[in-house]
Design a protein around this ligand. Structure first.
Ligand SMILES: CC(C)=CCNc1ncnc2c1ncn2[C@@H]1O[C@H](COP(=O)(O)O)[C@@H](O)[C@H]1O
Ligand SMILES: [Zn+2]
Length: 368
């Protein structure tokens, strides 16, 4: 390739990256503690690091190696949870996460987090969630709509100020006992008027038993709370089949499904949250070109591109769209449609969906 051709290609790629940034996006799979900024993490390490629990140098090394295997990720999450255990920090990381997604032109964010108890800090699952809500109220670069009302007032009546709809999912960690998982579901129900719209099942996929969490997920269903499950991050056919039997509103990842489970997923048409960078960095999928996005997309299976953990994997939702475009050869119209269709899978109500649909209608004229 000549220098001129390389230059042309670079210009085209830069233009595509910018277009992906400008595209209004819907984020359905983002973990709060996985979305902590590197700069904040390092600040927290320096502040709390050498307190006998964590050694700053070790943590810095872990941050350098972050996201390079499933094991390393979960080791780092244990560190994140030591660093971000007080109410002030939970508030801060929530504020920053929302501001970062808004700066990336996300117009709807479903942020998920595992409510945590920390007796030493006087933290209950409820007070943890109150700190999250405080973080949403503290956002000041963008107007936040939580539960149908705006938390922040339009600054100086500026109608051009950006707006982001934020809804919350409460995560059940796979290693939790049934009683703790049920407590999380009850908390979600209690906070339904405060922007909580559903339940997620996540955590180290090599730990925990489906039968332990099933009663809590069934409880959520009885209460009318939508559920999304992390599915197929490791090969575990029995569990994958049980998850498909449960038939949740959405599934995340679906990486390592056996042929018959794959066919069943497709016939059930359960919307899938696709996390390209996460799956590659954790080596769950060996090469992006082999990613199951291609098969699902070709089959017109309902799906949505997501980040999983922007901090851990140093990615943004725009970057996920860019990667999909260059790897699978999608044009701008196809990318636009992909982003727009994610509106159908949000757990928020019809009013929000209407607003989002209108946003896409307006954006069409602007960027297509
Ligand atoms: C990290 C990794 C191997 C990537 C695959 N993706 C994941 N799979 C399962 N659970 C996850 C993943 N990313 C984040 N989580 C869950 O989200 C938590 C962090 O966010 P939070 O504390 O709930 O606010 C982690 O402790 C973990 O329980
Ligand atoms: Zn996840």
């Amino acid at each position: 390739m000549s220098a001129r051709e390389i230059e042309n290609m670079e210009a085209i790629n830069a233009e595509l990256r910018q277009w992906c940034h400008e595209l209004p996006k819907v984020e359905l799979h983002a973990h709060l503690n996985g979305s902590i900024r590197d700069s904040t993490l390092l600040e927290l390490v320096n502040k709390h690091g050498d307190n006998g629990v964590l050694i700053s140098k070790d943590v810095e090394q872990m941050i350098l190696e972050k996201g390079t295997s499933l094991r390393k990720c979960f080791e780092l999450f244990a560190v994140y949870h030591v660093l971000a255990t007080d109410h002030e920090t939970v508030k801060r990381i929530t504020k920053e996460a929302v501001e970062d997604f808004a700066a990336d032109n996300c117009i709807y964010l479903e942020l998920r987090t595992t409510p945590k108890k920390n007796e030493a800090k006087g933290m209950t699952k409820r007070s943890y969630m109150d700190a999250v809500i405080d973080g949403l109220k503290a956002v000041d670069t963008v107007d936040v709509d939580l539960c149908g009302c705006e938390l922040t007032n339009k600054k100086n009546g500026d109608w051009r100020r950006k707006k982001i709809f934020v809804r919350l999912l409460l995560s059940i960690n796979r290693s939790e006992a049934t009683s703790a998982a049920i407590e999380t579901v009850n908390l979600a129900m209690e906070m339904k008027d405060m922007g909580v719209v559903g339940i997620d099942l996540s955590g180290d996929p090599t730990v925990g038993q489906w039968d332990t969490v099933l009663p809590a997920l069934e409880h959520a269903r009885k209460l009318g709370l939508p559920v999304t499950l992390h599915c197929g991050e490791v090969r575990n056919s029995k569990e994958i089949q049980a998850m498909l039997d449960f038939n949740p509103q959405r599934l995340g990842h679906v990486c390592l499904l056996a042929e018959e489970d794959w066919e069943r997923l497709k016939s059930l048409m359960i919307p899938v949250e696709i996390c390209l960078t996460s799956n590659i960095m954790t080596q769950t999928i060996p090469l992006i070109e082999y990613h199951h996005f291609a098969d699902l997309y070709k089959s017109k299976h309902p799906l949505s591109l997501c980040t999983d953990d922007t901090g851990l994997f140093s990615t943004t939702l725009s970057n996920e769209y860019y990667k999909a475009a260059v790897t699978f050869g999608l044009g701008k119209e196809e990318m636009f449609k992909l982003a727009q269709e994610a509106v159908d899978f949000v757990f928020a109500n019809e009013d929000v969906k209407k607003h989002l649909a209108q946003n896409y209608e307006e954006a069409k004229a602007r960027i297509l």
